[in-house]
Write a protein that binds this ligand. Sequence first.
Ligand SMILES: Nc1ncnc2c1ncn2[C@@H]1O[C@H](COP(=O)(O)O)[C@@H](OP(=O)(O)O)[C@H]1O
Ligand SMILES: [Mg+2]
Length: 264
Amino acid sequence: MTVDDHDVAEDLATRAGEVLLALRAEHGFADGPALKKAGDLGSHEFLMAELAGIRPADAVLSEEGKDDLVRLGAERVWIVDPLDGTREYSEEGRDDWAVHVALYEKGALAAGAVALPAQGRTLSTRPGSPLLADLTARFAAPPADILDKRAPVRIVVSRTRPPQVVAQLREHLHAAGYTTELVPMGSAGAKIAAVLLGDADVYVHAGGQYEWDNAAPAAVSLAAGAHASRIDGAELRYNAEDPYLPDILVCHPALSDLILAGVR
Ligand SMILES: Nc1ncnc2c1ncn2[C@@H]1O[C@H](COP(=O)(O)O)[C@@H](OP(=O)(O)O)[C@H]1O
Ligand SMILES: [Mg+2]
């Protein structure tokens, strides 16, 4: 039986999340560094073994693996972050951490899933996913409350490394008559999921990130009809020789011109 790539992404991200929940329960929170290490490694090894079994011909770029540049000539590359938000994973009670599994194929993102294990859900590009249908409906309707300036623009940012550009963006929005609210959160995947799920309106990051931090969240965003780009409006490109991809913007497409004008 052939298994569809969307199903593979969703299934592997979800099951890696179960591995991470089990390791968190087993280790407890007394030794943070040991828990982080166990999580990063345990999830990476799980994903590598599963991908080798189900997609043996594909290349893999993982945050926790050695970067095999054979991927540069490969048609299919899985871009995975076994544990995004490692810091938050090691803090008791926090649910802002994620597992990212994306497939890059012939120049573009072809599938992806972001598991939020402590929230009990996985966002994915799988056509037919009820959650994806909800997200797609959200982005098909205009964000009337924001456009009418009745509701604040909720900007989700790194809780430990909020970028400079956010202050500039807020000034730009305030000058245009909008109000804003900052929502600090860990994990690029959890922050992008917050935008997709309607708990925030904009995710802006600058100053450093890698392909594994945003490939799967970008794949789901684009599948849901959200805007996802570099902060200068350029397309997000993957499987580069240097996987450094330092900035990203995700928001409702009806807000993208306004936000891009504020961050450019
Ligand atoms: N300036 C920077 N340089 C490199 N990586 C960064 C970065 N800022 C954020 N990241 C990475 O992006 C992810 C989300 O960060 P944050 O929670 O601060 O928003 C984290 O991934 P990991 O948890 O997988 O390491 C973090 O390491
Ligand atoms: Mg990461």
